[in-house]
Design a protein around this ligand. Structure first.
Ligand code: SF4
Length: 266
């Protein structure tokens, strides 16, 4: 059964890999690490080995059994293009995504050059199918090279998550990008995000015709800080999402297809 997500821009998570290692400042307060490490040593728990990188072959075909179309965030508890994940495992993940084409899959990585290399080798001519969205995380201007890697990736739908936004991004050319998410860091020790950084991104999306989703201001109490920006929420999605309705943050919780034993991301 699918594991529903509380992340504002998706429906469900699918973790055919768990665990990761830190790469840049955006990883400093990694939620996945914090969550996973709580269960290290708990025998029989899915995170018995904490945040150690673990391939999960038994999960590779899970989305094929989920009949209702969903937006699925792939590897919310890892990074699919971590260098220690075997190419054959990544290939099986893409095989499943291609076959389960009634869903939309959101693949988000910080290992953007490795994603580009894999995708351009697997799809040398025709781009990845449009129900498989490929994205990169950029937290600071000093990680903007990931945008260049994404633009050179043979995808039909590309997105960028500027989260946690840790500094001003400045002028940015979003040619070839279809969707931008922005948000501040939340949780213990959250680093502050200036409103001018968000407005600058939002304004450039509007000017360049890119859909914009503002996830949250963040902070230690993210609910209190909310997600209003200049008097409204920004919940835009790429046009290709027509077959799947994203849950609205204010919708009542859905209970169908939820694994009751899995109130945690797995
Ligand atoms: S890449 Fe993502 S999952 Fe991996 S440590 Fe960084 S924030 Fe966590």
């Amino acid at each position: 059964m699918a594991v529903e997500s509380t992340i504002e821009w998706t429906d469900s998570t699918w973790n055919p890999v768990t665990g990761c290692t830190k790469l840049s400042a955006g990883c400093d307060h990694c939620y996945a690490e914090r969550f996973s490490e709580r269960f290290r040593g708990v025998v029989g728990h899915p995170f018995e080995h904490g945040f150690d990188l673990m391939l999960r072959p038994e999960r590779l075909r899970q989305p094929l059994a989920w009949r209702r179309p969903r937006l699925i965030f792939v590897n919310s508890m890892s990074d699919l293009f971590h260098k220690k994940i075997t190419e054959s495992h990544v290939t099986q993940v893409f095989d499943t995504m291609e076959a389960a084409d009634w869903h939309v899959f959101q693949v988000l990585t910080k290992r953007s050059s490795l994603m580009r290399n894999y995708i351009n080798k697997r799809y040398p001519a025709t781009p990845v199918a449009p129900h498989i969205w490929l994205g990169v995380s950029i937290e600071h201007r000093n990680t903007l090279s990931r945008l260049g890697h994404l633009k050179n990736t043979n995808a039909a739908l590309r997105f960028v998550s500027f989260e946690p936004l840790l500094g001003p991004i400045g002028r940015v050319d979003l040619t070839g990008i279809h969707w931008v998410i922005a948000g501040g860091e939340s949780g213990p020790g959250a680093r502050p995000m200036a409103d001018i950084w968000v407005r600058e991104l939002r304004d450039q999306c509007v000017d360049q015709g890119v859909k914009f989703f503002f996830k949250q201001w963040g902070g230690v109490n993210k609910k209190r800080a909310g997600r209003m920006l200049d008097g409204r929420t920004w919940d835009e999605l790429p046009p290709a999402v027509s077959t799947v309705k994203l849950k609205h943050p204010h919708d009542p919780p859905r209970h169908h297809h939820v694994d009751r034993q899995a109130s945690y991301p797995r």
